[in-house]
Design a protein. Structure first.
Length: 58
């Protein structure tokens, strides 16, 4: 026999799971330390400078 389940509880559980996934993505996206942010900014600046140095003059 199939298990009887409450649709409202299933809906709430699904919404909770989606919220957890979104929260994890936000932790990955925004949850960095100041040192990590500064390091990434330095790496980006260095890469931009490297690319700008290889551009041709028009």
């Amino acid at each position: 026999m199939a298990e009887i389940l409450s649709l409202s509880k299933a809906r709430k559980a699904k919404a909770r799971a989606e919220k957890d996934i979104t929260a994890e993505a936000n932790r990955q996206k925004f949850g960095r330390t100041k040192a990590e942010k500064l390091k990434n900014a330095g790496e980006k600046a260095r890469a931009d400078k490297h690319i700008d140095g290889h551009k041709r003059e028009e």
